[in-house]
Design a protein around this ligand. Structure first.
Ligand code: PGA
Length: 248
């Protein structure tokens, strides 16, 4: 099954209006063979959506409730109104810093879908879990517990991001990446049958212009979720180009 590659940037808590020029430059450089997206801070969504043309702009989190007394939180309808077409849910930094559980991540994904957003749902093991030989068990457990009801490739992608590879410059071996992505797909098959073949499974964690071809060329890797190297066109476009070169 030939799945299109998706390269998504995660700007995390970076980006002011002065950086919208990077959004424009990135948007102008996406070849037809690949899908790309940029998940920016809430405050930049509207401006980035205006600047981005055909490049989808997304958020990095969404609240699971439609509305209510949740100070500081953002609903899916608010994201849509601001111009977002997608959102990340369950990033390991939120699972760690905001103590988000699999059940909350699942509810967030379902709320996003209900409002018409696409979803990138993140999973990944810590170094302690990998060293203890538990990586596959932890990650497939996260898939089972956080996969939204009605999960479909029409609106859902997964991102495997080993916590120890995020922002560290360290990456798993290609064999480890392929093995984990295979295990994730097998778990998806158990849960949603043939639809599993259509779901994009992205790799994330220290992806850059130099390692992108190797990582995105691994079996069952359908794209990348990129943090630090997505902040400028100079760093991000080579990753998008790498994905495109594998799709030609
Ligand atoms: P990184 O972050 O590319 O800076 O390692 C990836 C992510 O956290 O999505």
């Amino acid at each position: 099954m030939m799945r299109r590659k998706l390269v998504a940037g995660n700007w995390k808590m970076h980006g002011l209006k002065a950086d919208l020029g990077e959004v424009r430059a990135i948007a102008a450089a996406v070849p037809a063979e690949v899908d790309a997206a940029l998940c920016v801070p809430f405050t930049l969504i509207a401006g980035a959506a205006d600047a981005a043309g055909a490049l989808p702009i997304g958020a990095q989190d969404v609240h699971q409730s439609d509305k209510g007394a949740h100070t500081g939180c953002i609903s899916a309808a608010m994201l849509v109104e601001a111009g977002a077409l997608l959102t990340i849910v369950g990033h390991s930094e939120r699972r760690a810093d905001q103590h988000e559980t699999d059940a909350q991540v699942k509810a967030k994904a379902e709320a996003a879908q209900k409002a018409g957003l696409r979803v990138i749902l993140c999973i990944g093991e810590t170094l302690e879990e990998r060293d203890a030989g538990l990586a596959e068990q932890v990650v497939t457990g996260q898939v089972a517990a956080s996969l939204p009801d009605g999960a479909s490739a029409d609106w859902l992608a997964l991102a495997y991001e080993p916590v120890w590879a995020i922002g560290t410059g360290r990456t798993p071996t290609e064999a480890d990446v392929a093995a984990m992505h295979g295990a994730i797909r097998a778990k998806l098959r158990e849960l949603i049958g043939d639809e599993a073949e259509r779901v994009q499974i992205l790799y994330g964690g220290s992806v850059n212009g130099s390692n992108a071809v190797a990582l995105l060329g691994c079996e069952d890797v359908d794209g990348a979720l990129v943090g630090g190297a997505s902040l400028t066109a100079e760093k991000f476009v080579p990753i998008i180009e790498a994905a495109a070169s594998l799709s030609r």
